[in-house]
Design a protein. Structure first.
Length: 517
């Protein structure tokens, strides 16, 4: 049995159906209308003889034109994280070895709360990630999930999703400088440890300057099917199963350290540029202009360290010159830490960017546990960030590489100056030492919001797994988990595309099983 509760102030809504049309039983009940949930609901309801019920705790842009406007406008992405009706306002528990610069040592951990889930509130970057991730999944017991196995399902997603090169219209000069600096680094940097891989421009899930999300691409076009019923504001409070499984363990994430670079050329996203009357009018009247550009990460490069067979670090560009207090609020950084690490950030005209070294495969493994018997209470989230030397050391190398990038000719041509934060607790460390950079890492390393792994997929015989390679919960019949939590190891890249892929792949599996019954 699945237990559902409605919030008293917001009654459940049955999209495009009346209560009279609802059934008492369904072939499939999907808990959560997020990225994976929308794909599943759309694909499973393609079989007209199957009945599907999708339950979503949040609302939908179909019920509320303000939500539609807010979520579709790319520039507003960071603001969505502050709106509790659109974004779960989770926070980590205080971190023992990380988050020294965050209020109460807690890092903000938002997630999308509406049809479309996190794909409706995220930064829209679309990347399949490193193929080595999937080969490692298969080698570790997730049979059928090698890159060769999953590639056709990425291709299937790519027939549905609408993609645009990120920040290509107004901020391409900065992206080009970053890509050129990457080439420079490839040629010039060699300390016997790092080998610099490709740098490339990223794509965003956007069409005509507006966000694409899994609701738009998958669910909404299917809503008129008589066999698909969708309830919003329907909070699943309990799924009645009994099995002793390591649910909530194996939590992984991508952690990054933004290195602030100021520029003396007008090339970056600044508050002053995007909030002019002419830009606001352009957007209001024509739906064009700077407000339609995604603010975020237009480009990235990969780095191998030592003898590792795959990249351990990504270097991302964040094209943000100024954002007043917004990024401080959404991250949970204390005001003092923010001031010390990003000079000029409060000046609405400040030109600059961040070069963001990011851990691809952190060694830290965290957990999520229930904090209360009340299903409306947030769980206790403990990613245990940086609880090992490896993760700190990789990010120290990353800071050094970011500094090298800022010093390359393409960045210098834009008048680049990099800034080393002067946190009180780090003041006694000499300049340019691992001790200083390690101290900075412990202050400001932050999440890229790629939470994964808490229902690990793999061999049924493996005590660390929750689901088998068909994503069936071990020991329970008729229950699967299909979302980012089943990744045995975090994908080597942003997690939306892999989540869409794994829902596409599992939908085929479920439909085949249904037909053969
Ligand atoms: C702020 C942010 C920025 C990100 N940026 C990027 C990016 O640029 N590129 C990228 O690739 N990835 C990005 N990610 C990560 C990516 O979006 C997620 O990994 C992916 O969307 C997760 O999909 P999912 O289906 O597992 O979960 P979600 O899409 O989060 O869906 C879960 C759904 O379940 C609903 N739900 C939760 N609890 C209940 C309940 N009890 N009852 C009913 N419904 C419930 C939620 O409201 C939500 O709709 C970002 C994530 C965030 C949060």
């Amino acid at each position: 049995g699945i237990y559902v509760s409605y919030q008293r102030d917001t009654p459940a809504s049955y999209l495009r159906k009346t209560t009279a049309e609802l059934r008492t039983d369904y072939d499939y009940v999907i808990a959560g209308g997020g990225t994976a949930g929308c794909v599943l609901a759309a694909r499973l309801s393609e079989d007209s003889d199957s009945t599907v019920l999708l339950l979503e705790a949040g609302g939908s842009e179909l019920e509320d034109s303000l939500t539609r406007w807010l979520t579709r406008l790319p520039t507003l992405t960071p603001s969505l994280m502050l709106l509790p009706h659109l974004s779960w306002q989770y926070r980590t528990v205080p971190q023992a070895q990380a988050a020294y610069g965050f209020t109460n040592k807690q890092i903000a951990w938002p997630a999308g709360r509406m049809l479309g889930g996190s794909s409706a509130t995220n930064y829209m970057l679309y990347t399949r990630g490193l193929s080595t991730t999937y080969d490692a999944w298969a080698a570790g017991g997730a049979t059928g999930w090698s890159y060769a196995d999953v590639k056709p399902f990425f291709e299937k997603v790519e027939q549905v999703i609408e993609l645009t090169p990120t920040s290509a219209t107004y901020f391409q000069t900065l992206t080009d400088a970053f890509l050129a600096a990457g080439k420079f680094l490839q040629r010039s940097y060699s300390n016997g440890r790092a080998s610099i891989g490709d740098f490339y421009q990223l794509s965003s899930a956007m069409v005509d300057g507006k966000r694409w999300h899994a609701g738009i691409g998958y669910l909404f076009p299917a809503l008129n099917r008589p066999n698909l019923h969708v309830m919003t504001h329907a909070h699943v409070t309990k799924i009645e199963v009994i099995a002793d499984l390591p649910v909530g363990q194996n939590l992984q994430d991508h952690l990054f350290v933004p290195v602030r670079v100021t520029l003396n050329t007008s090339v970056s996203f600044t508050e002053a540029k995007v909030t002019t009357v002419s830009e606001l009018l352009k957007y209001a009247l024509l739906g064009t202009g700077m407000l339609t550009e995604s603010v975020g990460m237009p480009a990235a490069g990969s780095v191998k360290l030592g003898d590792e067979s795959t990249a351990e670090l990504f270097l991302y560009l964040l094209n943000i010159g100024s954002t007043s207090r917004l990024y401080q609020l959404i991250s949970g950084l204390s005001e003092e830490a923010w001031r010390r690490f990003a000079p000029g950030i409060y000046d609405p005209s400040a030109e600059g960017c961040f070069i963001a070294p990011t851990l691809v495969y952190a060694h830290a493994r965290g957990n999520i546990t229930l904090a209360s018997r009340d299903p409306f209470q947030f769980p206790s989230i403990n990613p245990q960030y940086l609880n090992n030397d490896h993760d700190v050391e990789v990010l120290i190398q990353g800071i050094r590489l970011a500094i090298k990038m800022a010093m390359t000719q393409p960045f210098q041509a834009l008048g680049a100056t990099y800034h080393i934060p002067d946190f009180h607790l780090c003041a006694h460390h000499p300049a340019d030492t691992d001790a200083l950079y390690g101290c900075i890492v412990k202050h400001i390393a932050m999440t890229m919001y790629h939470y994964a792994g808490t229902c690990k997929m793999g061999r049924s015989s493996d005590p660390a797994t929750v689901v088998d390679p068909q994503l069936r919960v071990k020991g329970i019949s008729g229950l699967r988990v299909v979302d980012a939590s089943v990744m045995p190891a975090i994908s080597g890249g942003n997690t939306m595309a892999p989540t869409l892929m794994l829902a596409e792949k599992t939908a085929v599996d479920i439909r085949q099983q249904h037909r053969s019954r």
